[in-house]
Design a protein around this ligand. Sequence first.
Ligand code: ZN
Length: 132
Amino acid sequence: VTKKRRRRRFSEIEVIETLIHQGIEVPCFRCKVPFTREDVRTKNIQKEHLQELELEGADKPFNCRFSHRDAPCHHTVTNGTPATAAGSSKHRIAKANNATRIDKFVVNKRPLDEPRDRKPKFQTRTRDINAD
Ligand SMILES: [Zn+2]
């Protein structure tokens, strides 16, 4: 009895690992240092969105880059440095939320029989690309 083994689809980090095995250098978008198998092992690779999902950025390749998860790469972009959060994603998202806060006070009653939008309003911006 021969059991047919199905090819499974690789996760993003497995594709990067395969490229590393092929000798292809995939540099971190932030520091330009190529990812290593150690980065793969420690899951120190993360997909980031140039325009944050929370700020209507597309979840498509043209808007995504791979960078180190740890400081000073993607971590700093997301959280800012210990000295300042200015310019970080969290800062920009907070600013955007402030700008639209006034809208939340506008009364916008909709007819009870109007279908409600069931799409989730918020998505997590970054996921560990090796989550399984
Ligand atoms: Zn880096």
